[in-house]
Design a protein around this ligand. Structure first.
Ligand SMILES: NC(=O)N[C@@H](CC(=O)O)C(=O)O
Ligand SMILES: [Zn+2]
Ligand SMILES: [Zn+2]
Length: 376
C-alpha cells in the first residue's frame, strides 16, 4: 500500500546529514494536552501512558457513553483515570506525573447549580459543547445553545468556567467542508455577543476562517490545534484510495487552510495552543461501511508537532505553543518539569494494542524525524 507522506521529507532526521544547522535535541517546559479523549475501561488502560509520558496535564473530553454530565461523574471518571495510570505504571515500572483536568458534557438540561458545583470542586476546568449530532458520541449534546442554555452560560460566565466548543453546525444543508465557517456566523458570534466575558476555546480549529476569527475577536477566546490539521490537507483522505485513519471531525480541509493554521500555531499568538484531539477507535470501527471519526495521535504527539513546526523553521516557537499559552488561558501555572525531543528516526507502528483490539495510529508505517524522551 502506498504511503500518505508528511509534507516534509520523511527521512529527515534519520541521520544528522542535511540538518547541520538544526538542533539534535530540544528541551521544553513539560507540555500539556488541552484536548484529549482517554475513553474508559480497557481502552483507557491501553492509552493513558501514551499521554502521561509526554504531557503533565490534559483536558479530558467527556464524551463517554453515558457522558460525563455532573461533577460527581467527573470525580468518578478522574478516579478511574488515575487508577488506570497507577496500574499502567505498576506494569511498566514508570511513574510519570499526570493530572487529568476534567470537563462536563453540556446538555439542554445542565443546570446553573451544576456549574457552580463544578467550579467549586477544583478539578473541573471546562464544560464541553457538542452540537447534537456533530461528532462521535454527541447525540446527548445541545440542540439549541442560546435557546436552551442561557442560564447555564450565564453561570459559566460568572464563575469563569470555560466553554469548550466543537464548532460545527449540523444542518444537513450545509456542506461538510463549510460547517466550521458557518458555525462562526450562526453560533459563535451570537454566543459571544450575548456573553462577552465567557471564556471560550474553539476546539480543533480547521479553517483559515476560524484562525482569522480567533485572532481578531474581542474578549477571552482561544483555540486548540491538532497535529493532523497542521500536517495534512484533505488529499490525505483520498491518497491512492479511501484512508479511514485520516478521518476525523472536523474533517481535514484544503491546503490553504492547513497553511493558515500552521501560521497561527507558529505565530507566537497566545490564543493558539496544543490540543491533540487524540481519539482512539478500534481498527474495525474505522475500517467499515460507516467508519468512526477520530485519529489516534497520543503516542507520538510531540514528534508530530515538532515535525509541523520544523517544516516552517519555527521549532523555537514550539515551547510557547505546547507549554505556556494553554496554562495562561486556563489560569494555571506552567508545569515544573521538562520534556526532551530528540532528532532521531521514529518509525510509527502499524498498530498498537487497544483493549482486546488494536488502534491504527496517525501516520502508521511512516518515519518521523523526532522522538520524545521520558519526561523529567
Ligand atoms: N475528533 C473526532 O473525530 N472524534 C472525537 C470527537 C471530537 O472531538 O469531535 C472522538 O471522540 O472520537
Ligand atoms: Zn470535536
Ligand atoms: Zn475531540
Amino acid at each position: 500500500m502506498s504511503q500518505t507522506s508528511l509534507p516534509v521529507s520523511p527521512d529527515r532526521g534519520a541521520s544528522a546529514a542535511g540538518a547541520a544547522d538544526a538542533p539534535a535535541r530540544i528541551r521544553l517546559i513539560r507540555p500539556d494536552d488541552w484536548h484529549l479523549h482517554l475513553r474508559d475501561g480497557a481502552v483507557l488502560r491501553s492509552v493513558v501512558m501514551d499521554s502521561a509520558r509526554q504531557f503533565g496535564r490534559a483536558i479530558i473530553m467527556p464524551n463517554l457513553r453515558p457522558p460525563v454530565l455532573t461533577t460527581e461523574d467527573a470525580r468518578a471518571y478522574r478516579e478511574r483515570i488515575l487508577s488506570a495510570l497507577r496500574q499502567a505504571c505498576a506494569e511498566t515500572g514508570e511513574a510519570p506525573a499526570f493530572e487529568p483536568l476534567m470537563t462536563l458534557y453540556l446538555t439542554d438540561r445542565t443546570t446553573p447549580d451544576e456549574i457552580r458545583r463544578a467550579s467549586d470542586c477544583g478539578f473541573v476546568h471546562g464544560v464541553k459543547l457538542y452540537p447534537a449530532g456533530a461528532t462521535t458520541h454527541s447525540d446527548a449534546g445541545v440542540t439549541d445553545l442560546l435557546g436552551r442554555c442561557r442560564a447555564t452560560l450565564e453561570a459559566m460566565q460568572d464563575c469563569g468556567m470555560p466553554l469548550l466548543v466543537h464548532g460545527e453546525v449540523t444542518d444537513p444543508e450545509v456542506d461538510l467542508f463549510d460547517r466550521e465557517a458557518v458555525f462562526i456566523e450562526r453560533v459563535m458570534q451570537p454566543l459571544r455577543q450575548a456573553f462577552p466575558a465567557l471564556k471560550v476555546v474553539f476546539e480543533h480549529l480547521t479553517t483559515a476562517d476560524g484562525a482569522a476569527y480567533v485572532t481578531q475577536a474581542p474578549g477571552p477566546i482561544a483555540a486548540t490545534l491538532t497535529p493532523q490539521h497542521l500536517l495534512y490537507n484533505r488529499n490525505a483522505l483520498f491518497k491512492g484510495g479511501l484512508r479511514p485513519h485520516w478521518y476525523c471531525l472536523p474533517v481535514l480541509k484544503r491546503e490553504t487552510h492547513r497553511k493558515a493554521l500552521l501560521e497561527a500555531a507558529t505565530s507566537g499568538n497566545p490564543r493558539f495552543f496544543l490540543g491533540t484531539d487524540s481519539a482512539p477507535h478500534p481498527r474495525g470501527a474505522k475500517e467499515q461501511d460507516c467508519g468512526c471519526a477520530g485519529c489516534y495521535t497520543a503516542r507520538h504527539a510531540m514528534a508530530l508537532y515538532a515535525t509541523a513546526f520544523e517544516s516552517v523553521g519555527r521549532l523555537d516557537r514550539l515551547e510557547a505553543f505546547a507549554s505556556l499559552h494553554g496554562p495562561a488561558f486556563y489560569g494555571l501555572e506552567p508545569n515544573r518539569g521538562s520534556l526532551t525531543l530528540e532528532r532521531v528516526a521514529n518509525p510509527i507502528p502499524h498498530d498498537l494494542p487497544l483493549g482486546d483490539e488494536v488502534v491504527v495510529p496517525l501516520a502508521a508505517g511512516e518515519t518521523l524525524g523526532w522522538m520524545s524522551l521520558d519526561a523529567e
